[in-house]
Design a protein around this ligand. Structure first.
Ligand code: UD1
Ligand code: UDP
Length: 374
């Protein structure tokens, strides 16, 4: 059997690593196709080394572009790879443009396709990721959910129950597998940071693209940095936007904010693990802080990962600088415990591999022409 894994952007690499390992451990061929959506050394290659992901069988080298261009290039180029590779199953993960484009190419060729991290919904269709989630889930044959809300959302959208399985969180599989190695790096000491420091990541278009939003984000950073020094690995989208709006130099001149390039997985995890507080708009970081027991303030009005709030350390704080400063002050006065939502136990990828090998591909293929009844 051949199970082809798709990855295009940074969070995808973290998610496919345990999947390829689980399939290979069961004697299944598990090639990886990299779409090339992310291509910088620090957004891509580092992750293959850190996480021990097999060298991609193909790199589609689509690079950056408008949503339409990027999606269309992935769709076009991935079709050619599928015709050559002829996999029994295609696995797409997450919610990036590569996810939706590859799912569409595979499904149209009649290849059974599975979505890992299915069913998450922010109910905010201004987010490009929400459109990718809706498109991907509505066409994939098998839907593996990381939390119960995913199962509930898919049920509400009329997806037949047998196509949906709650398996847990593959991103947490990676975290639990690599936490000890990350800790051993001792990044806090290596960077000369004090015992108490905060971490910050920002890259959502709604926080960084427009000048008014970027200025608000920078004011927030300045306010919180007066409470606790911050380490800020800057996403390329954010670096470009802040430079465009003349905000980068202002942050670079702030001694309480350490602006650095994006970090490799192990280095980032090492810093995250030791942080007193995290501010973020990342999807994955909301989940990782929950399991690490680090208070997380999410600079968004909503989350597609509600388990991180109800069963985790995450709080939605929106975008108002004063309110976020108050929330940060609160968070710094409290201690929170590490939490594990259901099945966030390091075995999600194994559950997916076992389910795939249980014969479900035959049912999925046969059920294509009778979607609701099969
Ligand atoms: C993408 C995903 C987002 C995900 C994020 C993870 C979509 C629509 N968005 O956002 O869901 O949370 O990845 O990090 O798929 N760039 C570089 N080097 C790179 C990659 C990008 O410089 O290696 C720059 C380019 O100028 C590019 C911009 O960053 O235009 C944005 O990249 P893109 O992949 O379009 O979206 P992200 O913001 O990275
Ligand atoms: N991450 C990393 N280095 C960084 C920032 C993030 O290794 O400098 C990791 C983080 O631990 C998580 C993943 O990248 O595993 C999340 O990716 P990102 O925030 O880019 O995307 P999102 O989860 O928002 O889609």
């Amino acid at each position: 059997m051949k199970v082809l894994h798709v990855a295009g952007a940074r969070p995808n690499f973290v998610k496919i690593a345990p999947l390829t390992a689980a399939f290979e451990a069961r004697g299944v061929e598990a090639p990886v196709v990299h779409t090339g959506q992310h291509y910088d050394e620090k957004m891509s290659h580092l992750f293959f080394d850190d996480l021990g992901i097999p060298r991609p069988k193909a790199n589609l080298e689509v690079g950056s572009g408008s949503h339409a261009k990027q999606t269309a290039m992935v769709l076009d180029r991935f079709e050619g790879v599928l015709l050559e590779e002829k996999p029994d199953l295609v696995i797409v993960v997450g919610d990036v443009n590569s996810t939706a484009a590859c799912a569409l190419a595979a499904v149209k060729l009649g290849i059974v396709t599975a979505h890992v991290e299915a069913g998450l919904r922010s109910f905010d269709r201004t987010m490009p990721e929400e459109i990718n989630r809706l498109v991907t889930d509505s066409i994939c044959d098998l839907l593996y959910c990381s939390e119960q809300s995913g199962v509930d959302n898919l049920r509400a959208e009329g997806i037949p129950a047998w196509r949906t399985v709650l398996v847990g969180n593959v991103m947490i599989d990676s975290l639990l597998r690599h936490r000890d190695r990350a800790r051993a790096l001792g990044m806090r000491a290596r960077m000369g940071l004090p015992d108490e420091y905060g971490m910050l990541t920002l890259h959502r278009p709604s926080n960084v693209d427009a000048e008014v939003d970027a200025a608000r984000a920078v004011e927030t950073v300045e306010r919180v940095a007066r409470l606790v020094p911050l380490v800020f690995p800057v996403h390329p989208r954010t670096r470009q936007a802040f430079a465009r709006h003349g905000l980068l130099a202002r942050l670079e001149g702030n001694p309480a904010v350490r602006l650095i390039d994006p970090l490799g997985y192990l280095e980032f995890l090492s810093l995250l693990d030791g942080a007193r507080l995290v501010l973020t708009d990342s999807g994955g970081v909301q989940e990782e802080t929950t399991v690490l027991g680090v208070p997380c303030l999410t600079l968004r009005p909503n989350t597609e990962r509600p388990a991180t709030v109800t069963d985790g350390t995450n709080r939605l704080v929106g975008g108002a600088p004063e309110a976020i400063e108050a929330a940060a002050r609160n968070a710094l006065s409290e201690r929170v415990a590490a939490r594990r939502p259901e099945f966030w136990d390091g075995r999600a990828a194994e559950r997916i591999a076992d389910h795939v090998l249980s014969g479900v591909l035959v049912r999925a293929a046969a059920g294509r022409n009778n979607w609701q009844e099969a």
